[in-house]
Design a protein around this ligand. Sequence first.
Ligand SMILES: NC(=O)c1ccc[n+]([C@@H]2O[C@H](COP(=O)([O-])OP(=O)(O)OC[C@H]3O[C@@H](n4cnc5c(N)ncnc54)[C@H](OP(=O)(O)O)[C@@H]3O)[C@@H](O)[C@H]2O)c1
Length: 291
Amino acid sequence: MKKLLYQLDTDALPSVFDNVVGFDGGADQITAYGGINAGNVGALVEGAIFTRGPKDKKNTAIFIGGGSVPAGQAVLAAIQEKFYGKFRVSVMFDCNGCNTTAAAAVASIAQGRSLAGRRAVVLGGTGPVGQRAAVLLAREGAKVSITGRKLEVVRAACEALHARFGIEAQALEAASNAERAQATVGAEIVLATGAAGITLLEAKQWQDNPTLELIADANASPPAGIEGVGLSDRGVERHGKILFGALGFGALKLALHRACIARLFEQNDLLLDADEIFTLAKNMVKSGAGK
Ligand SMILES: NC(=O)c1ccc[n+]([C@@H]2O[C@H](COP(=O)([O-])OP(=O)(O)OC[C@H]3O[C@@H](n4cnc5c(N)ncnc54)[C@H](OP(=O)(O)O)[C@@H]3O)[C@@H](O)[C@H]2O)c1
């Protein structure tokens, strides 16, 4: 029986990245739909859940992608409303790579050390990756702050995270590099998740910060999100800090995304969202994946 993946994307054009990783993760056939929303997804879900018998349903799965996490969450809710009893298939949620990227970054940072009680600042943390990273850092017991350029935007993100995941994150307005450096005073961990090619912190601003221990940058497009962090840094020590660059945990992110796709076809009732994907990431890090 062929493994069929339905790639449901809230953007007009479904992501090629998600399509390629879907095949690399083990799907035999991927049907990608763009422009998906809560109003039009229902018939597609019915097609997925009513076609194969109970033992074979695990060979059909759904991937939710697209640039907007709220739009994706609305689609997820609409999909789940259609499921009942045995009439369900496994679903992975990874809008803009939010879960796989955040999980790979935080699992890498947390490898071999406890983050409990440590202060973590997510710079540019109002986007999909930053918000999920804030959740996962909080799950590890860190005291999390999120920065963004406008306080009301950061506050709205923190409130949404509290409502969806029950976590507390402090909202900080920081529109300039100097304000972001100020936001990291007293912190042990800083993770930059700003838009591609935007520098959020200069080298001196972390090198001269005596409390910072762990520094990670998700931005893979030059210039670096945190100046002085190498793209391929993976737990290297410089200036007394442990550094992780975007490609340093990018291999784990890709391996994780593929592993999640493979998991979808093992049973028909999985939901792979932030927490489930993070658990998988931590297990993969323990077993040395992504090196
Ligand atoms: N390493 C990997 O494997 C991997 C995978 C996927 C994504 N990524 C990278 O991860 C990062 C985060 O992705 P994302 O989709 O969450 O990012 P995003 O939504 O494009 O941007 C994140 C935040 O950056 C802030 N921002 C935008 N323009 C800015 C500017 N000019 N100055 C300062 N801040 C600005 C915005 O916050 P405010 O408006 O609130 O300030 C925005 O919410 C990106 O760099 C992306 O390329 C890496």
